[in-house]
Design a protein around this ligand. Structure first.
Ligand code: NAI
Ligand code: 15L
Length: 268
């Protein structure tokens, strides 16, 4: 049966806020979880991913979890360790102990950010491209994908790991033209990931059907995802403002964009 009650972690964040408004149209009842209060949602659970008891209670009785909570940009390793690595582990343990059958995990392009972006005419990046994290942040997403594989192989807990490109209302850079996922397509993809049969652990790329797409959407489409949007209408204005991508600039020529060249975030 299709999942009905879904725990949305990271509900106070940018993507969580978008999905709070879009996913109920698909018939879901959302239970909300975030370390920050969720505006306009007095029933939301305000707790940290480090709080095992709160997590056990939060996942009890849900049909699936959409796991968006975590640090969403590069940060000192200790912080990434607590929220993204340990926090995701605590979520998987809670789900296993409470018998939750499926998690949809917000992975990121930054798990493979050091992958060279295809030039026009070159093959799209396949979903089984080797992991090449571009930051501690990307490394934590790579860990999350491996954790998901372990919990499928060992415990039969299913996951769809969605390597999200850039999910914002509009693309704001020339790079984003290639990896943008409109919020409406994001909801379509999460819905497909929540409902498709027999996913085991499946990794998918999360983008709209962009004219300038860099990565292959085959495994996402196999879940039933049919993207309807394309960043191309934004292209002329962004390129006029920012110029074309420079293939000799590493911040332009890799999937992860400026994450590849940003200096590490110090200190702890
Ligand atoms: P965001 O930073 O706006 O939201 C993340 C939310 O997680 C925040 O509300 C924060 O309070 C919560 N959070 C952080 N640490 C927590 C903890 N220890 N316990 C409980 N809650 C905690 O990020 P955004 O853009 O909404 O992204 C959501 C997820 O999707 C993140 O995991 C991010 O890494 C991933 N992602 C997002 C992309 C995007 O384009 N928006 C691209 C790729 C991945
Ligand atoms: C991400 O993983 C971040 O969470 C998001 O804020 C954007 O930076 C996105 O990747 C991107 O690569 O554009």
């Amino acid at each position: 049966p299709a999942p009905r009650t879904v725990l949305l972690t990271g509900a106070a964040g940018g993507l969580g806020t978008l999905m709070r408004s879009l996913l109920p149209e698909y018939g879901y009842t959302l239970r909300l979880f975030d370390v920050r209060p969720v505006e306009g949602a007095p029933d939301a659970i305000t707790a940290d991913l480090g709080d095992r008891e709160a997590l056990r209670e939060a996942v009890r009785g849900v049909d699936a979890v959409l796991h968006l909570a975590g640090i969403s940009l590069e940060a000192p390793f200790e912080k990434i360790l607590r929220s993204n690595i340990e926090g995701t582990y605590h979520l998987y343990e809670a789900a296993r102990l409470e018998g939750v059958p499926r998690i949809v995990f917000a992975s990121s392009n930054h798990a493979v950010g050091f992958t060279p972006a295809p030039r026009p005419g070159e093959a799209l990046i396949p979903v089984d491209t080797p992991r090449r994290p571009d930051t501690f942040y990307g490394l934590s997403k790579s860990f999350g994908e491996d954790l998901a594989q372990l919990y499928w192989d060992k415990h039969g807990l299913e996951t769809v790991s969605v390597r999200i490109g850039s999910c914002f209302p509009e693309p704001t850079s020339v790079r984003m033209l290639s990896v943008w996922m409109s919020p409406a397509d994001g909801a379509r993809l999460f819905h497909a990931a929540l409902t498709a049969d027999g996913v085991g652990h499946t990794v998918v790329h999360g983008s709209s059907a962009n004219t300038r797409l860099w990565w292959d959407l085959t495994s996402a489409r196999a879940l039933g995802y049919e993207p309807r949007d394309d960043s191309e209408p934004y292209a002329a204005e962004l390129i006029a403002e920012q110029g074309e991508l420079d293939p000799d600039n590493p911040a332009h020529s890799h999937l992860g964009g400026h994450f590849v060249t940003d200096p590490p975030v110090w200190p702890y």
